[in-house]
Design a protein around this ligand. Structure first.
Ligand SMILES: Cc1cc2nc3c(=O)[nH]c(=O)nc-3n(C[C@H](O)[C@H](O)[C@H](O)COP(=O)(O)OP(=O)(O)OC[C@H]3O[C@@H](n4cnc5c(N)ncnc54)[C@H](O)[C@@H]3O)c2cc1C
Length: 402
């Protein structure tokens, strides 16, 4: 295994760095992903990449992918992380898109793939229910056949950013009498404007609006919106989850986060000296960097495997656990570094002092104002995409063979 980048890969890095410098929207520079953004800000970079033909790099070339190697895709994500870019959301690009081009029919591909590539159509994921998260196969939402329609009833929850969604992909029970719960589930695409679809906000601890309850009451959906075969949805759902998990490690973004943390700790002081010179704090930052370096090597090893034709297997669970633990520790240390300046959050993320639209004066340095909100928000990472406990179960079974 060679972990060095080749001259061609280094040249590729230069090419994408130049493209990003020349084309990334200036008003979103170093912005990161924040749930209070306007819809058009979420989609701005996606649309530019769609025009360039770079919005869905991992897709097969025949469906609009770039044909980049896994290493080139890694370089691409690193270069975007350097500027904390607002990347295309995963729901279309990394989740339902691959399901549609792999299991969908020609009409579905023609109808849905162009909008995902261009960023014109926003998708949401309707998997979880109040009683079905880790134990997803126990989901209760039903789709009952009525002529050439399904009638769908049920409640989904945690539907991320569904308030902006044009379409959703939903897991519904089509055979309540199947021998195993996994066998009676179907994967159905729903136009979110269909009568009976209701999206209700779930208010978060940080005051933000990122997730929803989605209620489905007698929603009539044409049978053409079924992906693949009826009652085989579990297969497509699992395929999608493997895609969701890879890339969740966020190594490149965490590397940028550590750089920022070092800058902050060099500006903040403790007993009159730069915080970064404090032995205990420096030790914690160094430990984080060591763990991140180890994770990066693991990710590069996975990439080398992918280059050699081995798909991401259960090792994506390791990347998910370590990646999200590091992301969380990073926000903990950032909050620790900025101290009380990290709390100017008065119950509403849209009213963070010093932000556009806020009528309150900023308190403390600019880098501190989102520290508490980000800290709270990042607690989610060990829960979504399959909780870290569930990932440990997968490692135990699939890697350790216990
Ligand atoms: C911010 C956020 C965004 C999300 N976005 C979406 C979305 O867009 N669409 C969507 O469909 N879902 C979404 N989810 C839901 C997410 O997939 C679920 O929260 C997750 O699968 C966990 O399910 P649960 O919340 O029901 O917890 P539970 O499954 O009830 O788990 C509770 C606790 O028990 C542990 N546990 C459960 N089973 C086991 C086991 N067998 N072994 C060991 N420990 C176990 C879990 O790890 C967890 O700590 C989102 C969640 C969050 C937090």
């Amino acid at each position: 295994m060679n972990l060095e980048f080749t001259p061609e890969e280094k040249a590729f890095r230069e090419e994408v760095r130049t493209f990003i410098a020349e084309n990334y929207p200036k008003h979103l520079a170093d912005f990161g992903m924040r749930e209070d953004m306007e819809r058009e800000d979420f989609l701005a970079w996606h649309k530019i990449l769609g025009e360039k033909g770079w919005s869905v790099p991992a897709w097969p070339v025949e469906y609009g992918g770039t044909g980049w190697t896994p290493t080139q895709r890694y370089i691409w994500s690193e270069e975007n992380a350097r500027i904390n870019a607002v990347m295309p959301l995963p729901f279309g690009v990394a989740m339902v898109g691959p399901v549609i081009y792999t299991f969908g029919n020609e009409e579905q591909k023609a109808e849905h793939l162009p909008g995902i590539r261009s960023g014109d159509v926003w998708w949401c994921q309707g998997y979880s229910e109040p009683g079905a998260g880790s134990d997803l196969a126990s989901l209760k939402t039903t789709a009952v056949r009525d002529g050439d329609h399904y009638i769908i009833n049920g409640q989904k929850t945690w539907t991320t950013l569904a308030q902006h969604a044009d379409w959703g992909f939903f897991l519904c029970r089509t055979d309540p009498d199947a021998a195993k719960p996994q066998e009676g589930i179907s994967f159905i695409l729903i136009d979110m404007k269909t009568p009976g679809v209701e999206v209700k906000p779930i208010k978060l601890l940080d005051g933000g609006y990122e997730v929803n309850e989605t209620w489905l009451t007698d929603v009539r959906v044409p049978v053409e919106n079924l992906v693949g075969e009826e009652n085989k949805g579990w297969t497509y759902a699992k395929f999608l989850l493997a895609h969701e998990r890879s890339g969740i490690a966020g190594v490149a973004r965490s590397k940028r986060g550590v750089e920022k943390l070092r800058e902050i700790a060099a500006s903040e002081t403790l007993d009159g000296k730069p915080l970064i010179n404090d032995f205990d704090f420096a030790r914690k930052v160094s430990q984080l960097e060591i763990d991140l370096a180890a994770l990066e090597i693991t990710e590069l090893r996975t990439l080398a495997g992918e280059q050699a034709g081995k798909g991401p297997g259960p090792e994506s669970s390791i990347l998910k656990i370590k990646g999200t633990e590091i992301q969380q520790r990073l926000t903990e240390l950032t909050l620790e570094a900025v101290g009380s300046y990290g709390t100017p959050l008065y119950g509403n993320i849209a009213n963070v002092p010093g932000d556009a639209g806020s009528n309150q004066y900023p308190v403390g340095p600019d880098y501190a104002k989102h520290a508490a909100a980000t800290y709270f928000n990042m607690r989610k990472t060990s829960i979504y995409g399959g909780s870290n406990e569930i990932q440990r179960n997968i490692i135990t079974k699939m890697i350790l063979g216990l």
